[in-house]
Design a protein around this ligand. Structure first.
Ligand code: GTP
Ligand code: MG
Length: 203
């Protein structure tokens, strides 16, 4: 899929104020600093459509971007970074939970994890939570430029081993690097195929 247009639509912390259109949407979620906003910029060929930062906690709201005038990409705040209390660390911001609970336009979530790290409980718990709520997701491994191919494979194998303890199959996954433009076509083609299915479903 070619990106012909990408525009910022709205930021808010209230799911009711998200765009009312029925356009299919895809949300990026994951720990703070994992590279959600950077990946949105990479996919859309824009330097600063989504705001990024070296410091965790940059994205604080639900941000909708309209792509090619017919689908939405959603940049969400990260979990796991808490200047807030310990109790709210696990059950991250209420509006994020509401977003996933209420947003019927969501086709699939993309859970981003940093390829450099071993599987982390907070990410596994979040995937479990999505599964329990019947929300489809894929995993996006980020920052692949930081590791050699062998280490990348080892880390993905670690994920496979641990996920297959609870899941029947390894979830769909993608390897990406925003700084080296890795994984862009695979991700966009995947979204394109899901968008086409949505059109077929509604006919
Ligand atoms: P929050 O909004 O705080 O939740 O973070 P985020 O997940 O949106 O991360 P963001 O895109 O702001 O990136 C965080 C940092 O990681 C920035 O310093 C980026 O430059 C860096 N970064 C993001 N993607 C990559 C990547 O693919 N490779 C490398 N080397 N650095 C990356
Ligand atoms: Mg961000």
């Amino acid at each position: 899929m070619k990106i012909k247009s990408a525009e910022f639509v709205v930021s808010n912390s209230d799911v009711d104020k998200c765009p009312k259109s029925r356009l299919p949407e895809y949300a990026f979620i994951g720990r703070s600093n994992v590279g959600k906003s950077s990946l949105i910029n990479m996919l859309t060929n824009r330097k600063s459509l989504a705001k990024t930062s070296g410091k965790p906690g940059k994205t604080q709201l639900i941000n909708h971007f309209l792509i090619n005038k017919n689908w939405h990409l959603v940049d969400l705040p990260g979990y796991g970074y808490a200047r807030v209390s310990k109790s709210s660390k696990k059950v991250f911001q209420k509006f994020i939970t509401q977003y996933f609970g209420l947003r019927e336009q969501l086709v699939t979530a993309f859970v981003l994890v940093d390829i450099r790290h071993k599987p982390q409980p907070i990410d596994l718990e979040f995937m479990q939570w999505l599964g329990e709520h019947g929300i489809p997701f894929s995993i996006i491994f980020t920052k692949a430029d930081k590791l050699k191919p062998k280490a990348i494979n080892n880390h993905i194998d670690d994920y496979k081993t641990i996920l297959l303890e609870t899941w029947e199959d390894m979830p769909n996954h993608f390897i990406t690097s925003s700084s080296k433009n890795i994984g862009k076509d695979e991700l966009l083609n995947y979204i394109d195929s899901l968008n086409s299915n949505m059109v077929m479903d509604s006919q």
